[in-house]
Design a protein around this ligand. Structure first.
Ligand SMILES: NC(=O)c1ccc[n+]([C@@H]2O[C@H](COP(=O)([O-])OP(=O)(O)OC[C@H]3O[C@@H](n4cnc5c(N)ncnc54)[C@H](OP(=O)(O)O)[C@@H]3O)[C@@H](O)[C@H]2O)c1
Length: 358
């Protein structure tokens, strides 16, 4: 067994999996590479959309008879259950694969057990190769399975002194065109894009994906308690993507596509109820695009998993901060973040971080 070749094949499977981001919910993203008995890559595949064939099936089809005696590298434990498609463990057995290496164990109780089925069929099974990379690639889905609510990524663009708008409310544009294009990629990876009524009022945002080839449009969600911010003719109501307006149970509105939710004690709508409602619609990943008031409510509810901040080399000195009051009054209560990535995007710095302990 050539360990370096195994790593190369699994890294490729992780890359392939990422192609499915934003298109597979409520399923995970999965990539698969099949090598023949002498270690040559003979098949590649990834799960492209929910209801479509799983990654293993695509890769086995590409490999054909060359899979016999070969190895399958899969980013997630092959499934064992018959859902809309047949179990992948069985497909691997039938293809005559002799070794299966998977990165991450399947935490989904309905699908788990694939490794046992493979072993029982006499297939050599290895687990854990590039587990961290594969976990990171499937962060949204794994988080949603573990927490029972959608994964939430909060994104904002701020000046170096942490402002997201000027004192007069103008905010276009703080970040560079490259950063804004990068945000369209984040939207394409998400199942839903969420903003508060303050942002809807100030910016009349469109929230659809532009400029990302093959993107599946996310559900656009405005959290508008009194149904007073989104008016007929708002850009978010066009037909570029589906839209959902979250309003209070007693709100007076004739808009279609509303979801009625309980109010939160502190004002606005209940964040957990909103996330439950989105989860029930198949949403497994949310891109929270602000503004600072809604982001603070999500953070206070413990409902932010990842923060992506675009810091522009701009100073304002006044204007709203990226985050409003999230109920933190003393330093010991500060939310400490763990930086997982930094990148230059155009003239800006992009920082990606997770909340420690989340
Ligand atoms: N640079 C950036 O990255 C960025 C991103 C987004 C926005 N912005 C800027 O941010 C500003 C708007 O921010 P904002 O803070 O005023 O508005 P916001 O966060 O977009 O919306 C806040 C509103 O959401 C509603 N809401 C519903 N449920 C809530 C809950 N549980 N907790 C809190 N609010 C809830 C509340 O109004 P109701 O209850 O009345 O509905 C609340 O006033 C604009 O200037 C915009 O340009 C900048």
């Amino acid at each position: 067994m050539d360990r370096q070749a195994d790593i190369t094949a699994m890294r490729r499977a992780v890359e392939l999996a990422a192609r499915g981001l934003g298109a597979t919910s409520p399923n995970p993203v999965v990539g698969c590479v099949v090598t023949d008995a002498s270690g040559h890559v003979v098949g590649e595949g990834w799960h492209q959309r929910a209801g479509g064939p799983h990654a293993e099936v695509h890769a086995l089809r590409a490999a054909g008879v060359l899979a016999r005696g070969g190895t399958a590298f899969v980013t997630l434990e092959p499934c064992n259950h018959t859902g809309r498609t047949g179990p992948c463990a069985q497909a691997l057995i039938e293809a005559g694969i002799s070794r299966v290496v998977y990165a991450v164990a399947d935490p989904n109780p309905q699908a788990t057990g694939g490794a046992d089925t493979l072993r029982a069929a006499g297939i050599e099974v290895g687990q854990g190769l590039l587990e961290d990379e594969a976990e990171a690639g499937n962060l949204a889905w794994l988080t949603s399975v573990r927490t029972g609510r959608p994964f939430v990524r909060w994104k904002y663009a701020a000046t170096l002194d942490g402002r997201i708008a000027a004192a007069d409310g103008t905010s276009r544009w703080i970040s560079s065109a490259d950063s804004r294009a990068d945000v369209h990629r984040l939207r394409a990876e998400a199942d839903a894009v969420v903003v508060g009524s303050g942002t809807a009022r100030a910016d009349d945002p469109h929230l659809a994906v532009r400029g990302v080839e093959g993107a599946v449009q996310p559900l656009r969600v405005v959290v508008d308690t009194e149904a007073s911010a989104v008016k007929p003719g708002a850009r978010v109501l066009d037909d570029a993507a589906p839209t959902l307006i979250a309003v209070a149970e007693d709100a007076d509105t004739a808009l279609p596509d509303v979801v009625r939710l309980p109010r939160a004690a502190a004002g606005g709508l209940s964040v957990p109820a909103l996330l439950d409602a989105l989860h029930a619609r198949g949403v497994r990943s949310v891109l929270l695009e602000g503004g600072p008031t809604l982001a603070a409510a999500f953070l206070a509810a413990g409902a932010v998993d990842q923060v992506v901040g675009y810091l522009a080399p701009v100073l304002l000195g006044a204007g709203p901060n990226a985050l409003a009051d999230a109920g933190i009054t003393t330093l010991t209560d500060a939310l400490r973040l763990h930086v997982t990535d930094t990148a230059r995007v155009g003239t800006d710095l992009r920082i990606t971080a997770t909340i420690q302990g989340a």
